[in-house]
Design a protein around this ligand. Structure first.
Ligand code: MG
Length: 170
């Protein structure tokens, strides 16, 4: 169980993801969470740096698909603005939406990565399917109360990773 919750990479923001390194790993497709990964919760507009990051994906030849548990039209709106496909009501950490997104991108399990801010949906769902997983820090804390509770658990887990990483690098 522990391994299913441990991201392969943990960064602060989308900008910090080393795209060249992902490409070297053979990654061709990215399944990207929306809320608190790409935008603040409930927002449909993108910050300029996020738009620039998505433009950079295209330059690197990386395909992207939004995979969100949110049911709103907002998911489709953001994806349409970015010119990429999207799957809403994804039901992460269930694997079905990830499989569907991989099929949409025309990639496979071995060359697709998941990017998201939640261990218990994004990382767990990706790991269950054997995908490379990248955890980012949530953009802000304007969330559902339920998500907040989950976040507390995630904080504890993440702290343990950081501590064990420090120890193993000593
Ligand atoms: Mg999220």
């Amino acid at each position: 169980m522990h391994k299913l919750l441990q991201p392969d990479l943990y960064v602060r923001f989308l900008d910090d993801i080393p795209l060249a390194e992902l490409k070297n790993r053979g990654i061709r497709g990215l399944l990207i969470d929306l809320d608190n990964t790409v935008t603040e919760w409930g927002r449909a507009t993108l910050r300029p740096e996020v738009e620039a990051w998505f433009a950079g994906l295209k330059e690197h030849g990386l395909k992207a698909c939004l995979v969100s548990n949110n049911s709103g039209r907002r998911v489709q709106t953001v994806a349409a603005n970015l010119g990429i496909p999207a799957i809403s009501r994804a039901g992460k950490p269930r694997r079905r939406a990830f499989r569907k997104a991989i099929a949409l991108l025309g990639t496979g399990v071995r060359d697709t990565a998941v990017i998201g801010d939640q261990v218990l949906t994004d990382v767990l769902g990706g790991k269950r399917l054997g995908l490379y997983t990248v955890l980012v820090m949530p953009i802000n804390s304007r969330e559902f109360i339920g998500t907040r509770l989950v976040r507390q658990v995630e904080k504890l887990i993440t702290r343990r990773f950081v501590l064990s990483d420090l120890k193993s690098s000593e």
